[in-house]
Design a protein around this ligand. Structure first.
Ligand SMILES: C[S@@+](CC[C@H](N)C(=O)[O-])C[C@H]1O[C@@H](n2cnc3c(N)ncnc32)[C@H](O)[C@@H]1O
Length: 292
């Protein structure tokens, strides 16, 4: 399988190709492959087709961890027949996986005729195009995401950097490998960038207790997310409780109290610890559990 600039194509057991980062020692979509995972986790779970059909004006999607663009391209392909106006805002601290993926577009099979758009995107960090009825305005922010959102809160709120999202595709490497992307300060900053008047949902592949506690303490409502083929359960977070069909309940809270890994990471250093008394007190006061 082809290797280039720290990335490698790997063939999964089902015959589908995915990208692997050699430096991070992680495969981007390791079990069912990029398209099936993105469809289950984002397109179907977020009811993107339905929402876009009923949405007037720009629909803003933040794509955190652009990587090889499988999530972004799967979302575009799944909604290309809908008359809609998508503003896609991608974040990553490198474009190397996308450059690698584009060279291997045929083997990966999810570029859907967007090869030239992505060449322009790589060159200019933005591209605008019309695909059938779908109008796409796609921009890229090359930065360390935790630093970017910590430093540019005001700019984003003033819509100078990016408008508040309706949906967030959150796809960092695992917390053990990539702790900086899973800390409580990061999710607090992210939550503060949402527009309280604009319901927004963030699905992600992990179902860990530590992630769920982190999202709750950052201010999100948190629920059990759909299975993806790889995971029988994922997580969905939102500023609107009505987004989730199965909000975490008091029984989950009882389990979290007994967990050995529930206390959020404050620093970007991976470690596990049971829930502290202070965090438990904040969880008990969260509107998701008090019903306020
Ligand atoms: C699992 S991959 C994303 C796969 C991608 N969503 C796709 O569909 O191909 C995780 C991505 O997070 C990015 N990443 C990791 N740490 C980051 C950071 N601190 N700031 C910005 N991006 C980061 C990595 O460069 C990598 O591309």
């Amino acid at each position: 399988m082809q290797t280039d600039s720290g990335y490698q194509l790997v063939r999964l057991n089902n015959g589908i190709c995915s990208v692997r980062s050699l430096a991070d020692d992680e495969t981007f979509h390791p079990v069912v492959g990029p398209v099936a995972e993105a469809e289950a986790l984002y397109v179907n779970q977020l009811k993107l087709r339905e929402r876009l059909q009923n949405h007037a004006g720009e629909f803003v999607i933040w794509d955190v961890g652009l990587g090889a663009a499988a999530n972004a391209l799967t979302v575009l392909r799944a909604t290309r027949d809908i008359a809609c106006n998508i503003r896609l805002v991608s974040f990553d601290h490198t474009l190397e996986p996308l450059e690698f993926a584009l060279k291997n577009a045929d083997a990966l099979g999810y570029f859907g005729g967007h090869d030239n758009h992505l060449k322009e995107f790589l060159r200019a960090h933005r591209v605008q195009f019309q695909d059938g009825n779908q109008s796409v305005n796609w921009e890229f922010h090359l930065a360390d995401f935790p630093t970017l959102i910590a430093n540019s809160k005001l700019k984003i709120q003033n819509s100078k950097l990016a408008p508040a999202p309706h949906a967030i595709l959150f796809d960092a490497f695992s917390a053990a490998k990539n702790p900086a992307m899973w800390t409580l300060p990061l999710f607090k900053n992210l939550f503060q960038l949402l527009d309280p008047q604009r319901p927004c949902a963030l699905p992600t592949y992990s179902r860990s207790t530590i992630l769920r506690v982190t999202l709750l303490l950052a201010g999100f409502f948190v629920g059990v997310g759909h299975a993806t083929g790889e995971k029988e359960e994922t997580t969905i977070a939102s500023n609107d409780l009505s987004f989730m069909s199965e909000p975490l309940n008091r029984r989950w809270l009882e389990r979290a109290k007994r967990s050995h890994s529930a206390e959020p990471m404050i620093e970007p250093i991976y470690r596990t610890a049971p829930l502290s008394a202070g965090s438990l007190e904040k969880l008990l006061a969260h509107p998701q559990f008090t019903g306020t």
